[in-house]
Design a protein around this ligand. Sequence first.
Ligand SMILES: [Zn+2]
Length: 63
Amino acid sequence: MLPVASLSRTNLIACEICLKEIPHDLAISQEGVEYVQYFCGIECYSKWDAEQSDLPEGNADNN
Ligand SMILES: [Zn+2]
């Protein structure tokens, strides 16, 4: 029996911000309300996170 190549188990996903394709295993995932978003690294995640906090959601608890 041939060993199953580990590469065949590697799902590529696209980063939510830069759209770079990265292995699912290495992605940072963020569970959203309806689906999971993936980021290639903390940089893109931070960008996304900053955008989220910019959105006006009627949440003014910061003061
Ligand atoms: Zn990215």
